[in-house]
Design a protein around this ligand. Structure first.
Ligand code: FE
Length: 132
């Protein structure tokens, strides 16, 4: 059980925009339907907006109706880490970048086949290949 925020230092504050910092390093959440990748379905990989690690692929992206980019799988299991999150009176599983510990979103068990998972990810935490 941990609701510990990622380690922070001035480097991240200087490297990231204030919106990126709020979500990636302070575990914030962008408003639903506000993110640039919510209704975006171009082919290609998605990378961590903080460190550039490869995280998701467009061929696992689907429209969950939640207002956030949703994927039913990760590109490589080892590139994300899952943390039990009991904040806000909910029992959720937080998804972080394994390389830089940035907060990405949460994963739920109500996704489509073949995994049944729904990775609910902030657009601000991602960079699609065309925006790299
Ligand atoms: Fe990262």
């Amino acid at each position: 059980m941990s609701d510990k925020k990622p380690e922070n230092n001035e480097t991240w504050k200087e490297k990231l925009s204030s919106d990126e910092f709020e979500i990636l390093r302070m575990c914030g959440t962008e408003r639903p339907f506000s993110g640039k990748y919510n209704s975006f379905y171009e082919p290609g990989e998605y990378f961590c907006a903080a460190c550039g690690a490869e995280l998701f692929d467009s061929n696992t992206k689907f429209d969950s109706g939640s207002g956030w980019p949703s994927f039913y799988d990760v590109l490589k299991t080892s590139n994300v880490k899952l943390i039990e999150d009991n904040a806000h009176g909910m029992k959720r599983v937080e998804v972080r970048c394994a390389k830089c510990d940035s907060h990405l979103g949460h994963v739920f068990n109500d996704g489509p086949p073949p995994t049944g998972l729904r990775y609910c990810i902030n657009s601000i935490a991602l960079k699609h290949a065309k925006d790299k």
